[in-house]
Write a protein that binds this ligand. Structure first.
Ligand SMILES: C[S@@+](CC[C@H](N)C(=O)[O-])C[C@H]1O[C@@H](n2cnc3c(N)ncnc32)[C@H](O)[C@@H]1O
Ligand SMILES: O=C(O)C(=O)C[C@]1(C(=O)O)C=C[C@@H](O)C=C1
Length: 243
């Protein structure tokens, strides 16, 4: 895929709330790579997990798929027969580009791209459901119901992979992790202005919770195992298993 450099916050501006619009979709691969520590490692490992847990005839859901990185990783690893990958995003800008992006990809497992709110998509016969940095953008009071319907739609033995930016439960710990993340962004070429304007843009849009809050929600929904399999600074990925 052609990737342009993210310079959205490089000039001083009246910062408005972050949206997944055309300007973000155009630079998204560069933005997420330079903003999320371990992004490529996480995406590839999610593909491996989807492959490992896939069963014949099952569905794999990529909720908040953006340009389809997770769906494409899953398609590379899934060997079970007659599986379907369902990629969902409610941003027109993302879903349109995602459709074009997956079209050229020839794999045994087809990828269907749906432009809709993920809450309108019924989860059924799922071996894996993935939310890779998506739940954090959804209203906190809607999160319990989303996780419950994912649990209900997973087949026994299925997994839910949840990657999120985390808030640490102490002020000191939280500030340290935020500082380390900002240093990561600086090292990836973002200026102080870009870092502070982006922080302002996502402030009321990305509502991070603690690991404990996610763990409690997953356990309450019925998941038997909740495993933190990746963390770098304030970015983490969890795999929850339904036995
Ligand atoms: C940080 S991006 C996800 C990155 C992507 N999963 C990846 O691995 O490259 C978050 C995505 O979630 C989508 N999103 C946010 N709320 C959504 C909702 N309610 N329904 C569907 N998609 C949603 C956004 O449009 C955006 O593309
Ligand atoms: O850029 C940041 O500071 C972030 O929090 C990273 C983050 C994310 O976690 O989704 C925020 C918005 C963009 O989608 C890309 C990355």
């Amino acid at each position: 895929m052609q990737t342009s450099k993210d310079a959205i916050y490089s000039l001083p501006q009246q910062v408005s709330g972050f949206r997944f619009d055309d300007s973000v979709a155009d630079v998204f691969p560069d933005m997420i790579q330079r903003s999320v520590p371990g992004y490529s490692t996480i995406v590839d490992a999610i593909g491996q997990l989807a492959g490992r847990f896939a069963t014949e005839g099952s569905n794999i859901y990529d909720l908040g798929c953006s340009l389809g990185a997770v769906s494409l990783a899953a398609a590379r690893y899934v060997e079970a027969k007659a599986c379907n990958i369902i990629a969902v995003d409610n941003s027109e800008a993302m879903a349109q580009r995602c459709k074009r992006h997956v079209q050229g990809y020839k794999a045994n497992t087809p990828i269907e791209v749906i432009c809709d709110d993920l809450q309108n998509v019924r989860i059924e016969r799922a071996s894996s459901v993935v939310m890779n940095f998506t739940l954090q953008f959804i209203e906190p009071d809607q999160r319990d119901n989303i996780i419950k319907s994912i649990y209900a739609g997973l087949a026994p033995g299925g997994i839910f992979i949840l990657s999120e930016k985390l808030r640490h439960d102490s002020t000191q710990g939280n500030e340290l992790l935020i500082d380390l993340h900002h240093e990561f962004k600086r090292r990836n070429g973002y200026s102080e202005l870009e870092i502070s304007q982006k922080r302002e843009a996502i402030e009321n849009v990305l509502r991070a919770e603690t690991f404990e809050a996610h763990q409690t929600r997953l356990k309450n929904a019925g998941f038997d195992e909740v495993i933190l399999w990746f963390q770098c600074f304030n970015f983490a990925s969890i795999v929850a298993i339904k036995n």
